[in-house]
Every structure is written in C-alpha cells, then in structure tokens.
Design a binder for this molecule. Structure first.
Ligand code: SF4
Length: 399
C-alpha cells in the first residue's frame, strides 16, 4: 500500500486497516481487465448493472486511466490523442483515457465502448475516436434530460432504449437479457449503494471519522463496482464496520482536527488525489461529495416492473437534470451532511458544470447560507498543489 501511495504522492490513512483491501482492488484493476475478453468501457455515471446483466465487465475508463497517470503522465501519448482528433481543450480525464488506449490499438484491453448521448459530449466524442482507432464497436443509448412534465413519455422512451441496447450488446456478449438477470444485478448494485449511503451517513455525525481521500475513493467504486460487486461489498462492509467502531469510540483519524470545517464537494474531481489530503491538512474534512452520487443517491426498487423502475431511476439521476433542478435535488443530500462550507470543483475543458457554476452556486447559497468557493484545475501536476493557499484561506475564513 505504501509503495503505491508514494507513487502518487498521496497520504493514505494507514490506521484504517480495512482500507488496504479496497486499495488493492484499485491497483489490480488493470491486470483484471487485461485478462478479460468482455470489457465494456463506460462513462462514470452510466449504471454498471446494464453491463453486468449481460455478463460483461464494466470498466470506468476515465477513472482508471486517469488516476493511474497522476504522476506518470505521458505527454507524447496525449499528443497522440490530439492527433487522433481529440481537441487539446478537452478535459484531462478524456485526454488521459484516450492517451492510454489509442497507442495500444489492437491490443487495447477494451472490447467495446458504451456511450450515453446527453451525458457528457466530450466523452461521447472521445469514445467515438477510440472506437474508430481501435476497431472496437461503440454502442450508445439516449437518455432524455429530466423534466417533471415529460415523465411518462421519457420513461417509456428509456425502457425502449434499454431493450434495444440489451439486444445489441447481448448479441455481442453472447448473453440474452432477462428480467430476472437485471433484478439480480440491481440487488447486487443496491448492496453497494446501501453501503455507500451508510458510510455517508456516518460522516454526517459531528465528529470526523474518515479522511477525505478514503471517503472519496469509496465513492468512486460506484463507477463500475470495481468489476466484482460481491467482493467489493465485503470490502466496503469491513470499512463500514471499522469506521462505525471509530464513531462509537469517539475516535478521529490521525491528521484530522477534532473540530474540522466540514466540507461538501460538488462537481468533477481532479485526477490528482492530493486535493483530498490538502483539504484535511488545511483543517477541513470531506463530509459528502456528489461526483459519483448519481449512482448511489437512491436505491433502485427491486420489486414490480423491474425494467420500468430501472428506467425511472435512470431518468431521475441528478446529473441528468438541468442546473437549477440539479441544485435543488442536491440540496437534500447536502443538508443531510451538515456541512459548514461547500467547494465546487471545475475541470478545465468540462462544460457540464463550469457553465452552470454560477447558477448552482447561487441556488445553494440562497438555500443553505454557508460559504461556497469554486476551484479550477486542469491536467498540470502543479494545478492541485497551487490550490493549497486558496483552500487553506477558505477553511480559515469559515472558522
Ligand atoms: S470532467 Fe466534464 S467533460 Fe470531463 S468527463 Fe467529466 S463531465 Fe465529461
């Protein structure tokens, strides 16, 4: 564990013993993917159940290719991604993913790409480029934006899209869709959701029980359940038990103040994990984060017409909502965590949050009346360390 964490210049909380199992799952992801011939690259907030139902292996491509390159960024490969057609202004997550996949062409460990129209246009474009250059097929699904008045039509539309996707993907993966398979995968996914919600609830207590980095890393497992939901559930259960015991004993992790400024983080995170260490060392503590929240903010109903329930759940994922609706939907989660302050992260090259940053900020400030700051970062290794004075001053100001 220490070797890998040094590689990224990040400090893990070694006193949280159960975390090493989860960290190993992260580190072994690439090996696992190399040995698998049913790997489906997906965007972070695309529900992994769709792929598991057909016996495929979901791979949160941006996460794994992006986090792994924090200190080993290969400038030549990024140039290669730009030559292949990706704009140099694209967000760093897409640039590093394309840089990791494109040079490998036929030997890329991805068997197909899965995009969702309307989720992230830059990812949709980079998926197309990767598909074209590696010769691996690209499948897509359209998800209409949330609008309360179009519920019936939108849900029927998503059901149709899901069935069509199941048929096309199923042919390629050699497994048919069935309601019972989908229900079973939803149950496995819900187990992870429950655990992430339980961990989040533990952070709503006044005393800090988990460091920011460890909490963020548990959240990102929602992207693909780290390719084995059952194994992940056992790891998250161990973490939850240990954190719960800490909470009962009134212990805080080493390096966190007894009374830190409670921070809720909104937006896409930087690839550089040092951000989470900086929040802690500045006297703050992460108590909630919405980067992957869409995937676990609510359980998917397991009974009734399963496809319809699943379609409804997808339609109501917060990141499908227009800015104002999304801000309103987020308010209840933010409030539950009782934060003292909010940090909004903006990734250079991302249009999804940056363009609506002001609206989101104003809606939250009006509703919650707590200090909010925005930070911005790109792909340079210097970006996050340069944010330290701003975060430190912000935390100080909140005291
Ligand atoms: S940072 Fe923005 S552009 Fe990049 S993958 Fe995330 S949502 Fe898409």
């Amino acid at each position: 564990m220490s070797e890998q964490s040094q590689l990224r210049h990040v400090k893990l909380d070694t006193s949280l013993k159960s975390f090493s199992k989860l960290w190993n799952m992260f580190m072994q992801t690439k090996d696992r993917i190399e040995k698998n011939d049913k790997v489906v690259a997906k965007w972070r907030n695309f529900p992994p159940e769709i792929i598991y139902t057909l016996g495929g292996t979901p791979y949160d491509l941006l996460l794994h290719e992006g986090l792994a390159t924090t200190t080993t960024r290969d400038v030549k490969s990024i140039g290669y991604a730009i030559e292949a057609g990706l704009s140099a202004d694209s967000c760093p997550w897409n640039l590093t993913a394309a840089a990791g996949i494109l040079p490998r062409k036929n030997s890329a460990p991805i068997n197909m790409f899965l995009a969702a129209a309307g989720q992230c246009d830059i990812s949709a474009k980079s998926w197309q480029i990767m598909s074209r250059n590696t010769g691996k097929p690209l499948y897509s699904m359209e998800i209409p934006a949330f609008h309360a008045r179009s519920e019936k039509r939108s849900i029927s539309f998503i059901e149709g899209e899901l069935l069509s996707l199941f048929e096309r993907l199923g042919r390629r993966l050699g497994r048919q869709y069935s309601e019972s398979r989908l229900r079973n995968e939803i149950k496995r996914g819900n187990r992870i959701r429950s655990l992430l919600l339980d961990l989040t609830a533990l952070l709503s207590h006044r005393r800090s029980v988990m460091t920011s980095l460890e909490y963020f890393l548990t959240n990102v497992t929602a992207g693909d359940y780290l390719q084995d939901p059952d194994h992940l559930a056992s790891s998250l259960t161990e973490i939850k038990n240990e954190v719960e015991a800490r909470s009962k004993e009134g212990e805080s992790p080493h390096g966190i103040l007894d009374d830190p400024i409670r921070i809720y983080y909104l937006g896409m995170a930087p690839q550089d994990l040092r951000l989470w260490n900086i929040i802690d060392s500045s006297g703050g503590s992460l108590v909630g984060c919405d980067t992957y929240l869409s995937l676990f903010s609510r359980l998917i109903p397991e009974s009734g017409a399963i496809l319809r329930e699943f379609a409804r759940w997808i339609w109501m994922m917060p990141h499908h909502m227009p800015s104002i609706d999304r801000a309103k939907a987020l308010i209840q989660f933010v409030k539950q965590q009782k934060p003292d302050a909010i940090i909004i992260g903006n990734v250079i090259g991302c249009r999804n949050l940056s363009s609506s940053d002001r609206i989101v900020k104003e809606t939250l400030r009006e509703e919650l009346g707590i200090p909010i700051t925005s930070i911005e970062f790109g792909s340079s290794d210097e970006d996050v360390p340069l944010l330290e004075p701003q975060i430190r001053a912000f935390v100080e100001m909140c005291r």
